[in-house]
Design a protein around this ligand. Structure first.
Ligand code: SF4
Length: 99
């Protein structure tokens, strides 16, 4: 089950702007909707929503997290085999191979 939006949604559209796969739609100031077929369960919408209007895959209410506190991935260079799968999977293409 994907992330879902509940009736606490005010239609602020903060989630629409952050979703990396454009899975969220709706009119401004109206209840929005997540397309479960498009959602990749990244959780960004749940962390950005200021109205606690998003449930995660386990139907638990997501809590807003200040953007500066969002965890970032760290590559363990000694274990990385340079397969490139992370490059292909990243929905926002923020990774690159370096020497
Ligand atoms: Fe979009 Fe991620 Fe929220 Fe799914 S969990 S709707 S992919 S922001």
């Amino acid at each position: 089950m994907s992330y879902t939006i509940i009736t606490a949604c005010t239609g602020c559209a903060a989630c629409v702007k952050i979703c990396p796969v454009a899975a969220i739609s709706g009119e401004k100031k109206q209840l929005h909707r997540i397309d479960p077929a498009t959602c990749i369960d990244c959780g960004a919408c749940g962390r950005i929503c200021p109205y606690q209007a998003i449930l995660d895959q386990a139907s638990a209410l997501c809590q807003m997290v200040k953007r500066s506190l969002w965890l970032k991935p760290q590559v363990l260079e000694a274990q990385c085999i340079s397969c490139g799968l992370c490059l292909e999977a990243c929905p926002t293409s923020v990774l690159e191979m370096v020497d």
